[in-house]
Design a protein around this ligand. Sequence first.
Ligand SMILES: [Mg+2]
Length: 127
Amino acid sequence: MQKHIMVVDDSPTIRSSVAFCLRNAGYEVDEAKDGQDALERLDVLKEAGTPLALILTDINMPRMDGLTFIGKVKATAFRYLPILVLTTEGEQGMIDRGKVAGASGWLIKPFHPEQLLWAIRKLIYTK
Ligand SMILES: [Mg+2]
């Protein structure tokens, strides 16, 4: 069965290029435009009983940023899912805050397809 990944980013360009890369690699992709939108979609997936393998999220987003979103996911049924961050933020203090919130991995934009797919495989198959 195809692994399902949720991609959360406020940039439609990033969302579609990342989603294209993931679909090409055989993943099923759900897209959300910010943390709030993503939480609502998680509810829908939960209701539908759709298993999710991983969440890939941006940090800087309107309405609900990535750090807040990660913290909220940790209070849901999806708390054990690996959460990979893909962001322009590379400052150690921010990365540490992400780890504390519950991020499993941290990648800096621009995204490189091979690096992204490697990080995703590692998190999905070795958690
Ligand atoms: Mg952003």
